[in-house]
Design a protein around this ligand. Structure first.
Ligand SMILES: *[C@@H]1O[C@H](CO)[C@@H](O)[C@H](O)[C@H]1NC(C)=O
Ligand SMILES: *[C@@H]1O[C@H](CO)[C@@H](O)[C@H](O)[C@H]1NC(C)=O
Length: 983
């Protein structure tokens, strides 16, 4: 019984399963009979074929940066050749009656590989909707087979790594309602989609795609005008053409399309246009013209855009007053007019924009006081007023804006105290009050009440300090990420080991804050990335815990009084410092390089000794800028740097005690922009591999012991602008006797003075010195050779004095051949150098007359021909050179009258002495005294010339770009530098 019992229960069990199975298949067949098997086998096979055409690859940061943010998963992976209905597959939509596949959505599906013209995709002829966005089609072109899919209404190929011309066949898809070919930013325009014959393409687009409601071609390289036919695309609701390199005048009729809800033309800096008179009947909700050349006023009729929610006219050329009618846009939530030329006051009608969340009027020329109408707008979260001419104080009741998250008021002339109600807006996370003219810092500590504050920017150079601000108060801001207090005197005295600063701190900018000790609380700042403590009075040693802050990338300790490094000088595993700035401290002994990731090393103006650390050669990343100038490094230049030259842009070893020869290590140095090894004891020759430095702009080997001939081999360097060989043992001739082209197409400054060059110069010598013959740089702002954090400086003889250019003006030109043994005539072709500012041929053996052609050099400011054997008269026409401020022709054999021009009359007599035959009406008496017969030329040396400090003020003025400040700074610098380094 037990057994039968068992068997019956087992059979029951089986029956149940069978029943169950049966009922399942029954349910299934019932279901199937209700909605018959939809998937056509042929359609299924096409889809399965399509699946095999691509690899599945998850987006990675390197190749698919723009896809990273979008959640992707491989939709086709679930497509299986089983009995399941392909109409139920992920991404597939079928027509309920015919069962044909009409919708294919494979967006964000990790597809990887070329989209081929023979793809099975083009056999899905019934498709009305196709979305392939956010895949990686490996930069294949868009196939020209889209006219196989004539029923398409929606086509989305955006952000899918397609490149090349957009095929014209797409314009045959006359049913299209929505077309999205947009992409993303790429610095390499050749990776963007583009259009062949854009005017025709756009014309046909407007003609053919009459049903189009949404068109997005952002980041397609269109490079053309938008034809006026676009004004007749009457179905259009959304037009998005961001960064399409559009040019010409945008047809204003497009703005008038009645159904148009959204138009975005951002980042087309060459696209001109203006806003039309808007009609009442419109649907506009979003109007964005960010970074275009649109100009003109905002018309009063802007009030007719009743549905407008977002208006962006930023970074364009709009001007005039802000119309009061703007206040009628009652749906507006975002308003940006920043960085235009708007003037006048902010109209009080903006107080009616009750929906406004973001208000951005920064970077205009707006005047008046803080627009108090804003205080009515209780939804406001962001106020940008920066860089205008607002005055007065912030309103005391600004605290009414209880939702405010960001207030940006820098670059104005706000005065008074920071209102205490502002410090009660608990939602405030960003406060930018740079340039706020506080009457005093009293009460500033109260910003510590803003417990949600993430970013605080406050800079003021213009207040009377009663006492420094206690840095410890910021320890109560637990959300703080960025703290920027340049120039605010700070006290670190109250910070104790219990002070609990925000652990979120990433950016700390405290230059010029009178800090005297290394802020100890930084020890625990695990997230700190950027630390700037320059221009304080920090003394002593750099603490070794600093190198254990593993996130720290950029460290600026320059212009302090630091003298060394605490702890052992071993590199600290985990330090990732990339930018290290130790300039102008009192460091002694060996330099410490904390990380193997250093790309920028600035260590100039210290007293570092020892050898240049070889660890610079063997890093994880290759250095970009190495500046060890003005120290006392010994030994040779490490040859091993050669292996890491491929990313090096600037190498500055100036003014050390380096010896040996310059290693021949430049074969990889294709990015090298400047080399300065001046003021060392380097010997040997100019290395041959320098010819590989195709990017070289500055080569300075001044004051070494290089014994070589003139480096004609460098003459092909297309970018070399500055060549300084001064005070070495160069010898031989300065031109190639076979008459070859001199070369150096960009050369603007050449100084070969104080060497042993000899020979004569042919009369056409200066033919083709193109960069000095004409000035292509017509901009009115000064430009300098260098990059933002690093400028090349140079010492040049100008107007009889050595001067430092802390930064080299790209327009400055100079030729200095002085102190050699060059003979023969001064080449007549010198007159071709119309843009030459300074010419120094003194202390040579030039003979013959002063060339008349010199009078063509209208830019000439400084002319030194002294101590040669020139004879004849000074050409009277030189008197017409109105820029010429400094002249020296002393110790020649010149005769006759000094030219009458005021510039000549203004010189001192020493400019003419030693020319017994020279006379002049007005200088006659003085000159007779100084040119007493038998006087000897002075023993000229650079040291002596340095002492003529008196001339500096007008030296600077003569350069025309008011670089007075620059030179003002540099005078002390030059004396210190050159004085320290007498070998
Ligand atoms: C499409 O053509 C390529 C060659 O251009 C070929 O390798 C590939 O197999 C073809 N694919 C199909 C689906 O026919
Ligand atoms: C330059 O080197 C050569 C030998 O190569 C030597 O004869 C000459 O004296 C050197 N010149 C100077 C100025 O030292």
């Amino acid at each position: 019984m037990i057994g039968s019992n068992y068997s019956s229960s087992f059979s029951f069990f089986l029956r149940t399963i069978v029943l169950l199975l049966f009922s399942i298949s029954n349910v299934f067949s019932t279901f199937a009979s209700l909605t018959p098997d939809l998937c056509h086998p042929d359609q299924r096979d096409v889809l399965l074929q399509l699946k095999t055409e691509f690899k599945i690859q998850k987006p990675n940061e390197l190749d698919d940066y723009w896809t990273m943010d979008v959640p992707s998963y491989p939709k086709t992976e679930s497509w299986e050749n089983s009995s399941t209905d392909c109409c139920n597959w992920d991404g597939i939509t079928c027509d309920t009656e015919s069962g044909k596949v009409i919708g294919l959505d494979l967006s964000c599906s990790c597809l990887h590989g070329q989209l081929q013209p023979n793809s099975s995709l083009f056999r899905l002829k019934h498709l009305t909707s196709l979305n392939l966005a956010y895949n990686n089609f490996s930069l294949s072109p868009i196939p020209d087979k889209f006219n196989n899919l004539m029923l398409l209404e929606t086509l989305n190929l955006s952000v899918s790594s397609l490149k090349g011309h957009i095929p014209r066949e797409i314009l045959q898809l006359t049913n299209l309602v929505s077309l999205d070919l947009s992409s993303h930013y790429s610095p390499d325009t050749s990776l963007l989609l583009s259009i062949e014959n854009p005017p025709l393409f756009l014309h046909q687009l407007a003609q053919n795609l009459r049903n189009l409601r949404a068109l997005d071609m952002s980041y397609v390289n269109i490079s053309s005008e938008i034809p006026h036919e676009f004004s007749y695309m009457l179905s259009l609701r959304s037009l998005q053409l961001e960064r399409c390199f559009l040019v010409g005048e945008f047809p204003s009729g497009v703005f008038m399309i009645q159904n148009l809800q959204s138009i975005i033309l951002d980042q087309n800096p060459d696209l001109r246009g203006s806003l039309p008179v808007f009609r009442r009947n419109n649907s506009m909700q979003v109007l964005s013209l960010w970074e275009t050349s649109f100009s003109g006023i905002i018309p009063d009729s802007i009030a007719n855009l009743k549905h407008l929610a977002s208006l962006t006219l930023a970074y364009s050329n709009f001007s005039g007053r802000i119309p009061s009618s703007l206040g009628e846009l009652s749906n507006l939530s975002s308003l940006s007019l920043s960085s235009n030329h708007f003037t006048g006051e902010v109209p009080s009608s903006i107080g009616n924009l009750k929906q406004l969340i973001s208000f951005n009027f920064g970077g205009n020329q707006l005047t008046g006081s803080f627009p108090s109408a804003l205080l009515n707008l209780t939804k406001l979260r962001f106020i940008f007023l920066g860089y205008n001419q607002f005055t007065g104080s912030l309103p005391p009741n600004i605290g009414q804006l209880s939702k405010l998250e960001g207030l940006y008021a820098s670059g104005n002339s706000f005065t008074g105290a920071v209102p205490s109600s502002l410090l009660q807006i608990s939602s405030l996370t960003e406060l930018d009050l740079d340039d706020y003219q506080l009457s005093d810092l009293v009460g500033f500590e109260n910003v510590s009440l803003l417990s949600n504050l993430k970013n605080l920017y406050f800079k003021s150079n213009d207040f009377r300090v009663s006492s420094p601000v206690d840095l410890n108060v910021f320890s109560s801001l637990k959300q703080l990420v960025e703290l920027d207090l340049p120039g605010i005197p700070l006290s670190t005295a109250n910070i104790t080991s219990d002070s609990d600063f925000s652990s979120n701190l990433e950016y700390l900018n405290l230059p010029g804050c009178n800090i005297t000790e290394f802020p100890e609380f930084l020890r625990d700042q695990r997230n700190l990335k950027y630390l700037y403590l320059s221009n304080n009075n920090i003394k002593g040693q750099v603490p070794d815990w600093l190198w254990r802050l593993q996130e720290l990338q950029d460290l600026d300790l320059s212009h302090n009084s630091l003298s060394g490094f605490d702890g052992s000088l071993k590199d600290v595993p985990g330090s990732h410092i990339e930018i290290l700035d130790l300039r102008s401290n009192a460091f002694q002994g060996r330099i410490f390089i904390p990380s193997t990731s250093i790309t920028y090393l600035f260590a100039s103006s210290n007293n570092f000794t020892g050898e240049i650390p070889r660890s610079l050669c063997g890093g994880q990343s290759s250095p970009t800028i190495i500046d060890l100038s003005d120290n006392n490094f010994h030994g040779s230049i490490p040859q091993c740097l050669g292996a890491h030259m491929s990313s090096l842009t600037d190498l500055n070893l100036r003014n050390n005690s380096l010896s040996g020869s310059i290693p021949d290590m430049f074969t990889q140095a294709s990015k090298l922009r400047s080399i300065d090894v001046s003021h060392n004891q380097l010997e040997g020759k100019i290395p041959a591999s320098l010819t590989a430095c195709s990017a070289l702009e500055v080569l300075n080997v001044e004051s070494n012991e290089i014994n070589d001939t003139f480096p004609f081999q460098l003459s092909s360097l297309q970018k070399l602008q500055v060549l300084v060989l001064r005070s070495n043992k160069f010898h031989g001739v300065l031109y190639q006797s076979d008459g070859a082209w001199f070369g150096f197409p960009q050369l603007k400054i050449i100084d070969v003075s104080n060497n042993h060059f000899l020979g004569t110069l042919p009369s056409d010598y200066f033919l083709n010195w193109t960069a000095i013959s004409s000035n292509e740089d017509k901009s009115t702002l000064p430009h300098y050779i260098g990059v933002s954090r690093y400028n090349n400086s140079i010492v040049l003889m100008n107007k009889g004095v050595l001067m430092v250019m802390e930064r080299i003006l790209t327009v400055y030109t100079a030729i200095d051949f002085s102190g050699n043994k060059i003979q023969g005539q001064v080449p007549e072709s010198i007159g071709l150098l119309k843009e030459l500012h300074a010419l120094n041929l003194s202390r040579n053996a030039f003979t013959g007359h002063i060339p008349l052609s010199l009078s063509n050099i209208t830019a000439l400011e400084s002319l030194d021909l002294s101590q040669n054997k020139l004879c004849g008269e000074i050409p009277p026409k030189l008197g017409d050179l109105s820029s010429l401020e400094w002249i020296n022709v002393s110790y020649n054999q010149l005769v006759g009258s000094i030219p009458q021009g005021t510039q000549f009359q203004r010189q001192t007599c020493s400019s003419y002495e030693g020319n017994p035959g020279l006379f002049g009406p007005s200088l006659k008496d003085i000159c007779r005294e100084t040119t007493s017969p038998g006087s000897e030329p002075p023993v000229s040396s650079e040291e002596e010339e340095e002492e003529e400090e008196g001339s500096f003020s007008w030296v600077a003025a003569g350069l025309g770009f008011a670089p007075g400040v620059v030179f003002g700074f540099t005078i002390g610098y030059i004396m210190k530098n050159l004085g320290r380094n007498k070998h």
